[in-house]
Design a protein around this ligand. Structure first.
Ligand code: PLP
Length: 388
């Protein structure tokens, strides 16, 4: 951690320069590193000497990316992964033993939910859920074997907001960990550690890259927990590639300016949709009509780039909206420079139980927009013609 401002840390946290005095960090595309003698090699493997050994363990490009995210999140330590899901899975696999229990918000990313429902049972790990509007029942779900509470905020795809300070107080009271997926907010908009989270996970594939190029993930937080995650990961190999780390580290240099503009565009899009007669409702954290507007204002700098809304006409209305879109992309990614629209009910959440969809606020006509960096007038013009 350092005392520099966010933008400065993002740009000036840099691996050591080489003998060439390069200004931009080089790409360390190497699987292994060389030792001077047998003693150095022994001490390095024994953990007595801190240095790069092998790129499954660490690599200068990956270290730089990790250092930047730690500075941005106010975290002690971190480990970077090949994708957001590798970060989620490796964090869970490190923390949990057979017989453990997890309490999670039911509104979590679909693949994370898939881990809870498809794989946790076969490892004898149980999960209890609270809906986005059931924060009051969280305490009653905690058991003697509960390891952690897991939450995303804002949620994907419902753009609901959970009060980080409130949940972390429950965790502290019961002496359990609080693990937060901070992907939608990015470290620029929200720092869960400030509100009491122990570990923070990101899919770097989204706004951190911001240009739809590479996958990546990271978990940051308490040093002793990250050390355990590192030990698990150096054995199992879900590591981030040096190339992707180089791309992501460069992208972080512009995170603040990009996210500022994403948020400005998203707020304008949300306001446009709120006033449209064919739109039943709009959810965006920084709209006064958002049910958790006050919480969003407390813990987020700006509202993020994701807007959820419902078009008239249910499933057919949602599909028709996507079919008439001209400029925006129909794609599964989010947090790109290009605006992306999806219809969760007929795609990502088509097979999800109705009750879970309702709890997560996913209605048949719901559309999720990842607002990009095109001129906002062009984004709105495309949405307008599709809503005709
Ligand atoms: C909130 C959230 N967490 C995790 C992930 C998984 O990230 P990745 O696709 O990089 O594995 C995603 C992907 O969309 C996400 O939206």
């Amino acid at each position: 951690m350092n005392n520099k401002k966010f933008e400065t840390s993002a740009i000036r946290t840099q691996s050591e320069t080489t003998q060439f005095s390069e200004h931009s960090v080089p790409l360390y595309l190497t699987s292994g590193f060389v030792f001077d003698d047998a003693e150095e090699m022994r001490a390095s493997f024994a953990g007595e000497k801190q240095r790069d050994l092998y790129s499954r363990y660490s690599n200068p490009n990956v270290n730089e990316f990790v250092d930047k995210v730690c500075a941005m999140e106010g975290a002690e330590s971190g480990y970077a992964f090949a994708s957001g899901m590798a970060a989620v899975f490796s964090t869970f696999a490190t923390l949990l033993n057979a017989g453990d229990h997890v309490v999670s918000c039911s509104s979590v990313f679909g693949a994370t939910h898939g881990l809870f429902t498809k794989y946790f049972p076969k490892w004898d790990i149980e999960c209890s859920y609270f809906g986005i509007n059931e924060v009051a029942i969280i305490e009653s779900l905690i058991k003697p074997n509960t390891k952690f509470i897991y939450a995303e905020t804002p949620t994907n795809p419902g753009v609901d907001v959970l009060d980080l300070e409130h949940i972390s107080a429950i965790c502290k009271k019961h002496n359990i960990l609080f693990v937060v997926d901070n992907c939608f907010a990015t470290p620029y908009l929200q720092n869960p550690i400030k509100f009491g989270a122990d570990l923070v996970i990101h899919s770097a594939t989204k706004l951190m890259d911001g240009q739809g190029r590479v996958l990546g993930g990271i978990t940051v937080g308490k040093k002793e927990l990250i050390h355990e995650i590192y030990l698990f990961s150096r054995l199992t190999g879900p590591c981030l590639s040096p190339f992707n780390a180089w791309v992501l580290s460069k992208s972080l240099e512009t995170l603040a300016v990009r996210v500022d503009k994403h948020c400005e565009n998203a707020l304008k899009v949300a306001k446009f949709l709120e006033n449209h007669s064919k739109v039943n409702w709009v959810k965006y954290p920084f709209l006064k009509s958002h049910p958790k507007y006050e919480v969003a204002k407390k813990q987020m700098l700006l509202g993020g780039n994701i807007v959820a809304f419902e078009v008239e006409g249910g499933i057919a209305g949602g599909r028709n909206f996507l079919n008439t879109i001209k400029m925006c992309s129909l794609s599964a990614n989010l947090g790109d420079t290009r605006t992306i629209v999806t219809h969760p009910a007929s795609t990502t959440h088509a097979k999800v139980e109705a009750a879970i969809k309702v709890a997560a606020g996913i209605t048949e006509g719901m559309v999720r927009i990842s607002v990009g960096l095109e001129h906002v007038d062009d984004i709105i013009a495309d949405l307008k013609q599709a809503l005709k």
